[in-house]
Design a protein around this ligand. Sequence first.
Ligand SMILES: Cc1cc2nc3c(=O)[nH]c(=O)nc-3n(C[C@H](O)[C@H](O)[C@H](O)COP(=O)(O)OP(=O)(O)OC[C@H]3O[C@@H](n4cnc5c(N)ncnc54)[C@H](O)[C@@H]3O)c2cc1C
Length: 499
Amino acid sequence: MKHEVVIAGGGPTGMMLAGELTLAGVDAAIVERRASQELAGSRAGGLHSRTIEVLDQRGIADRFVAEGQKAQATGFAGVRFDLSGFPTRHPYTLGLRQNHIERILAGWVDELKVPIYRGIEVTGFAQDDAGVDVELSDGRSLRTQYLVGCDGGRSLVRKAAGIAFPGSDPTTSNLIAEAELAETPPEWGIRRDSLGIHALGRVEYEIRNGEIVYADHGPVNVLVTEKHVGQTTEPTLSDLSAALITVYGTDYGIHSPTSIARFTDAARQAASYRKGHVLIAGDAAHVHPPDGGQGLQTGVQDAVNLGWKLAQVVKGTSPESLLDTYHAERHPIGARVLRNAMASIVLRREDERTKALRDTIAELLGMNEPRRRFAAMMSGLDIHYDLGEGHPLLGRRMPDLDLVTENGPLRVFSLLHAARPVLLNLGEPGAFDIPPWADRVQLVDAKYGGPWDLPALGPVTAPTAVLVRPDGYVAWVGDMTQPGFADALTTWFGPPAGT
Ligand SMILES: Cc1cc2nc3c(=O)[nH]c(=O)nc-3n(C[C@H](O)[C@H](O)[C@H](O)COP(=O)(O)OP(=O)(O)OC[C@H]3O[C@@H](n4cnc5c(N)ncnc54)[C@H](O)[C@@H]3O)c2cc1C
């Protein structure tokens, strides 16, 4: 059996990547160990602004927004940021649990008719100069041009490819569970002590006036820091009960768990996101503590960075070297997430010195400029790929402006629904002509008279034209006379037709 791309793992990263590749006309299949999309236990709790924008670029953000709850939950080291004034259509965090995020993504992938081998594991692979033979747990094998490991933090693909995973060992260990309590605790929400952070809350909740209001019955989410680090066995109900008694003096009669999992503050990042015809993305490429709620966001955005590039390489429109820009762009973003998540872990501690440091940071984040920068970082809106010197938009996300075209009003993001690049000419209509790339790049003449405001930078000068990549990042800014226009088209979308 053959597919142009095989994706190991159908979590959020794998599904997003499969959708991106399929939109670009690539035959991509997912191999997923789980028999259904059902997710045991609680993981990510929502989507940050840039991730919602990325979904909006594909025309599917509404599906998530319709089911989630808007809140101002972006923060750092205990300081919450209000994104209300940010120049984005989504200046909020969307409260939506990962099982719902995965269900909605699975619905999209299903509409796109992505083949999924469910209940099957990738058990190994062998790569040669032309591609990869992927071994499956049912004894079959798949031949593919590229294998992408979206198979989570313990990624078999990463290990089998021999990609190093340097980083720091755990200093704290947490249990996270969903269970029933026989007694109602006197307090819900977060508790901190010398061990670390703990939290109790009903699974069902509503956000009213910006505050979480838990349901008055039903199962409970438990997060509790364990006394000791380094347990290697699967966590049990009695581990959970013991950890609760240590912190709360009682286990509140905890029973009937539907999931119990252990996670730590280990932070590791793959030394390389690619080895030949094997790539990795999402948790397979980076693991870190969940502080700041960034893991799923980073994985989905890895997929959106990689998808169109891999599609162009598979289709032969771009050379393989385009794939090197995936590591070059996304590795620094992953490293930054690790850095801020590790800093958050240190700042969680409850000793007097750490409290003093937390207060100092809170004071700094009370100032406009630092607050705006950190809010833009934690929401992902400030992501900047290093594409060289130039207009501030270069390498940054294209804002979702309300344009006016000959055919009426048009949102920038609607031009990205099909995951195709766009040359947006905001100057003299007809000023651009790109026949050698017309098969790949949409050329749109439009007018825009409003402000140009970037979340981390503030107002910037209005550009005459922008070349926007399928992932929504600006690859070139200027006018026809500007040097480098043909080079940018070639770098990102392949050589001119007929050469
Ligand atoms: C307690 C906790 C809280 C979190 N909170 C947040 C949050 O608030 N916000 C946030 O953004 N992130 C959060 N995260 C992180 C988030 O859950 C992960 O970053 C995200 O799930 C990563 O997605 P992924 O698709 O890369 O990997 P995974 O979700 O791990 O998916 C990997 C998939 O691969 C499959 N698989 C594994 N091995 C194989 C194999 N050999 N063959 C076939 N299939 C395989 C698995 O079954 C799985 O479906 C949290 C994580 C934890 C543990």
